[in-house]
Design a protein around this ligand. Structure first.
Ligand code: PLP
Length: 362
């Protein structure tokens, strides 16, 4: 088998090796089914079992009760930028958006097509290097919902505690930190996340929606864009991404087996701390982008003194088997995405490499 290298990609991203091996082993024929997951009907008994178990395991990991529905949709997190306002903004047609990076701005852009967007806070003038404080939020108590992005994949910042929004439903784009730690789902009206960062392959989007919110959707909406359709048909109105759901199911079982979300958070925190310590101890050779109390445990962003030096590091790192460290094109610099499945050993080796690079180039 081909040797695996360290994959720091922001998404699609690293998956647990156990999951890849199990999927590979069973790709030819699912045990007891005699057909591949790629070949079976989404309306078959075998798939019923897969989707039901996946939902049940996600509910157990995130402690989700039955006032919520779990959906597996398509169109990525980006389609949720539209579905959220189309379904949830009427009849008041106003919503609060907290802007903490490029993804929240893209979400806001689609919401503006539906109604009035109040920017409750933005850290754009500080190049999105931090999460706003609760006291900075200018919330409208009459808004249809408040939207925020729990982890800013590009800038490397993360909310360590969700914003307090009173009785207004909280809507969260959790694409890049879903399942990285425990959250209290009861505080949310809707959570959505593209699977390809921390949960599975691209092409499937997890939506956790409080059932009463799905009642808001107008019947005049296009069928496929209507949460009510998706809830009533349990994600099977049309053919879902069956393979993607299967992989999310395997990842959920892997998470349960490896200490659940508390265990995962503990490891994620340790992993991130190793890398941030290397940055902080470098006496300015490496400069972290996020202010310390807003640092993400999933995407670690940093810069060097010059772009030449950054290019040199990326090229030497790639040659040494560390892939995907180039920062997003909109901010430059470097980014190490260290999702659940990224091994601690890979971070220790990267840190060794970075210290060595500093000695040679500092
Ligand atoms: C990657 C990402 C998206 C976009 O996801 P797609 O599935 O490609 O549409 C949206 N929000 C966040 C926070 C992301 O990290």
């Amino acid at each position: 088998m081909e040797k695996r290298i360290y994959n720091f990609s922001a998404g699609p991203a690293v998956l647990p090796e156990d999951v890849l091996k199990e999927a590979q082993e069973n790709l030819f024929a699912l045990p007891g089914v005699g057909m591949s997951i790629l070949e079976i009907s989404h309306r078959s008994k075998a798939f019923d079992k897969i989707i039901a178990e996946t939902k049940a395991d996600l509910c157990s990991l995130l402690n989700i009760n039955d006032s919520y529905e779990i959906l597996f949709l398509q169109g990525g997190a980006s389609l949720q930028f539209s579905m959220v306002p189309l379904n949830l903004m009427p009849p008041k047609n106003k919503a609060d958006y907290i802007l903490t990076g490029s993804w929240s701005k893209k979400a806001q852009k689609e919401a503006k097509r539906v109604g009035t967007v109040n920017v409750a806070a933005s850290t754009e003038t500080e190049t999105f290097n931090r999460i706003p404080k609760q006291s900075e939020l200018k919330l409208d108590p009459d808004a249809s919902y408040v939207h925020f992005t729990s982890n800013n994949t590009i800038y490397g910042t993360e909310w360590h505690k969700e914003p307090e929004v009173g009785n207004v439903p909280l809507v969260c784009d959790a694409s890049s930190d879903i399942l990285s730690k425990k959250i209290d789902v009861n505080k949310y009206g809707l959570i959505y996340a593209g699977a390809q960062k921390n949960m599975g392959p691209s092409g499937v989007t997890l939506v956790i929606i409080r059932k009463d919110l799905a009642e808001r959707s107008s019947d005049s909406l296009h069928t496929m864009l209507n949460y009510k359709t998706q809830v009533e048909n349990a994600s099977l109105y049309n053919t879902p991404n069956t393979f993607g759901i299967y992989i999310i199911g395997l990842v959920a079982k892997w998470l349960i087996k490896n200490g659940g979300l508390d265990g995962m958070y503990k490891t994620n925190k340790e992993k991130a701390d190793i890398l941030y310590k290397c940055i902080d101890d470098s006496k300015g050779f490496y400069k972290g982008h996020a202010v310390p109390d807003s640092r993400s445990i999933m995407n670690v962003t940093f810069r060097l003194a010059t772009e030449e030096l950054e290019k040199k590091l990326i090229s030497e790192a790639t040659a040494a088997g560390f892939d995907g460290l180039k920062g997003h094109r909109s901010v430059g610099g470097l980014r190490a995405s260290i999702y659940n499945a990224f091994p601690k050993k890979g971070i220790e080796e990267l840190v060794k490499f970075m210290k060595d690079f500093q000695v040679k180039n500092g």
